[in-house]
Design a protein around this ligand. Structure first.
Ligand SMILES: [Zn+2]
Length: 295
């Protein structure tokens, strides 16, 4: 994967097993030049981004998928988002007062929140407890519990490169499938084969090399690679919404003191500035009443 930021999907002939591989190289670089984090935090964020990329491909919808981890350790919040087009962004929030160590970044009581916001349709949210810092295990439990699907997930992040792999047993569709010759032992065999993957292979080999290394005796069907990249969906409009929620009084207060409201996007660092007339536009009634709107 090392040279490309791609999602590769694959299946195995005559089985109910599917898989995915993702690599994040430039995407990680783009995120890490905008925000600097201590190494262990960087690694966990990379894993969460790889997980988001893997999961977005398991969900057949257009929209946004967000993985958010809230913990009670030094790392308070970790968030990774992806659109169905493979546009990723992520962020970590640290508790400045607590010391960062390799272990227990998230404390002993974390939870992972999976949110799916389809462009059309209703928002879905699932919450799973996170024990320790093991995101992959937590997600395997989520698939078992909520979808009744056997799933194995491998995540790795090191030196600003992240990668992930997913193997999933699909539901058997009953009678139609029985006519085909289905390899019943495939799941056990393939998950055993896949578990021999090492982190350095996941991080540094091309997707096709990994598949060959693991499954050279299997019949693997590859689908077209899908690109992954960093992209931030922030805009002045979106930040305006946040200001509207803050309320007129507070916004006007800041304008009175600083003559403008400055806000930076948490994900990409883009600067936004709101003037008196922006605020008047956001709160036409209130500003007219207070006389600020009359110029
Ligand atoms: Zn942004």
């Amino acid at each position: 994967m090392a040279t490309n930021d791609t999602l590769t999907r694959f299946t195995f002939d005559n089985t109910h097993v599917r898989g995915e591989l993702v690599g994040l190289n430039q995407t990680m670089a783009d995120i890490l030049t905008r925000q600097s984090y201590p190494q262990p935090v960087q690694n966990l964020l990379g894993e969460l981004l790889a997980a988001a990329a893997l999961l977005s491909a398991t969900i057949k919808m257009e929209g946004l998928l967000t993985l958010q981890i809230q913990g009670n350790g030094p790392l308070r919040l970790l968030q990774a988002e992806t659109t169905h087009k493979g546009e990723l962004r992520g962020i970590a929030r640290l508790d400045e007062d607590k010391e960062i160590s390799e272990h227990e970044l998230l404390g002993d009581k974390g939870s992972l929140i999976i949110t799916i916001d389809p462009d059309q349709g209703r928002r879905y949210q699932g919450i799973v407890p996170l024990e320790g810092d093991n995101i992959a295990q937590c997600l395997e439990g989520y698939f078992k519990q909520s979808e009744q699907l056997d799933t194995r997930i491998w995540l790795a992040c090191e030196n600003g490169i992240a990668a992930g792999m997913l193997l999933q047993e699909l539901p058997k569709l009953g009678e139609i499938q029985e006519e085909l010759e289905v390899d019943e032992d495939a799941w056990n065999r393939l998950s055993h084969l896949t578990s021999t993957i090492r982190n350095d292979e996941l991080l540094h080999l091309e997707n096709e090399q990994i598949l060959h290394r693991l499954y050279h005796e299997e019949t693997v069907r590859l689908y077209e690679d899908e690109p992954l990249k960093f992209s931030c969906s922030c805009s002045k409009d979106r930040l305006s919404n946040a200001l509207s929620q803050m309320g007129y009084a507070e916004c006007q207060d800041i304008i009175n003191q600083q003559s403008k409201i400055l806000a930076d996007c948490q994900f990409c660092g883009q600067h936004y500035s709101f003037s008196q007339s922006d605020i008047n536009g956001l709160f036409p009634l209130e500003s007219a009443k207070s006389g600020k709107g009359l110029h």
